[in-house]
Design a protein around this ligand. Structure first.
Ligand SMILES: [Zn+2]
Length: 261
C-alpha cells in the first residue's frame, strides 16, 4: 500500500458527530473512495472557526484533511448541500437517520463505499425534496439497493432451494438465505415464512427500479408492514453474519499483533 499524502481532499457525507472537549467535533463520514472515516474538526465550535460550516449529520461536504496521529484532521470544509429539508421536518429527519445508520453499520472498507455513497446521496436528496415523497418507499428501496451494493442482493426470481422459476402465489421467503423459495421448498427451509403475492411484486418492482421511478409509490399499510418486516429480517441476518466475521478478523489481527516480536 502506498502511503497517503499528508494532506488530501475528499467529498463526504456526514453520518454522525460527537462533540469533544470544549470546541472540537469528531465526525464519522462516508466518502466515495476512502470508505468510512473518523476525522476531527478542531475548534469548529468556536465562533471564529475558519474550518467552514456544514459539519452536521446529513451534510454533503468537500473536506481537506491532514493526516493525524489518531484521527485525520479537517483543515477546511466546503458545503455542497446541507440537506436542510431533512432538519426541518421530524419525519424526514427520522427517515434520514435510519438511512445513515444503516450505511454506518454496513460500510467498513473503501471497496464498499463508492456505490453506498451514491445511493445515500440519492436517497437523502429524495427525502430532502419534500413531503410528497413516500418516505417508507424510499427506505425500502434503499435497503434493497444497499443490500445489492454490498453483495447481498435478495434473490426474488428463482427459488433458493431448487432453482425453479418462482410462480406468483404461495411462496416463502428465507431471510437468512436471502430470497424466495417455492411452495414445495418452503416446508424444508429453516426460518422460511410465507410471502404474499403483492409483497413479492412490490419488492421486485423496488429492486429493478431507479429511485426516481418509485418516489410516489404507496402501498397499503398492511402490505407496507409485510415488506418492511421481510427486509428487516434480511438486514438483521446479513449484519449478524457480517459482524461475526468482522469480530473474528479483529480478533485474529489483535492476536497476531500480540504474537509479533
Ligand atoms: Zn423450490
Amino acid at each position: 500500500m502506498s502511503p497517503r499524502p499528508r494532506v488530501y481532499k475528499t467529498e463526504a457525507i456526514v453520518l454522525r458527530t460527537m462533540e469533544l472537549g470544549e470546541a472540537d467535533r469528531v465526525l464519522t463520514v462516508l466518502t466515495p473512495r476512502l470508505g468510512k472515516l473518523r476525522v476531527i474538526a478542531k475548534g469548529v465550535r468556536r465562533p471564529r472557526s475558519r474550518i467552514g460550516g456544514g459539519l452536521q449529520p446529513f451534510s454533503d461536504v468537500q473536506l481537506v484533511l491532514a493526516v493525524g496521529r489518531t484521527f485525520d484532521v479537517v483543515t477546511s470544509s466546503t458545503l455542497e448541500d446541507p440537506h436542510l429539508g431533512l432538519r426541518n421536518d421530524l419525519h424526514s429527519t427520522a427517515a434520514a437517520w435510519y438511512l445513515v445508520e444503516l450505511v454506518d453499520r454496513f460500510v467498513e472498507g473503501a471497496a464498499d463505499s463508492h456505490e453506498a455513497f451514491r445511493l445515500l446521496a440519492q436517497a437523502l436528496a429524495a427525502l430532502d425534496a419534500g413531503p410528497a415523497v413516500e418516505r417508507e418507499t424510499v427506505a425500502r428501496w434503499f435497503e434493497l439497493a444497499l443490500l445489492d451494493a454490498m453483495g447481498f442482493r435478495p434473490q426474488l426470481g428463482l427459488c433458493l432451494g431448487c432453482g425453479a422459476e418462482i410462480e406468483p402465489d404461495g411462496n416463502g421467503y428465507a431471510p437468512a438465505g436471502g430470497g424466495v423459495v417455492c411452495p414445495v421448498c418452503l416446508a424444508a427451509t429453516s426460518g422460511g415464512r410465507p410471502i404474499s403475492t403483492n409483497a413479492l411484486k412490490v419488492m421486485r418492482h423496488l429492486q429493478r427500479s431507479p429511485l426516481v421511478g418509485v418516489l410516489r409509490l404507496r402501498a397499503d399499510p398492511g402490505l407496507q408492514r409485510e415488506v418492511e418486516r421481510l427486509l428487516h429480517a434480511t438486514l438483521t441476518a446479513v449484519l449478524e453474519r457480517e459482524l461475526r466475521s468482522r469480530d473474528f478478523l479483529v480478533e485474529v489481527a489483535s492476536r497476531e499483533a500480540a504474537a509479533a516480536p
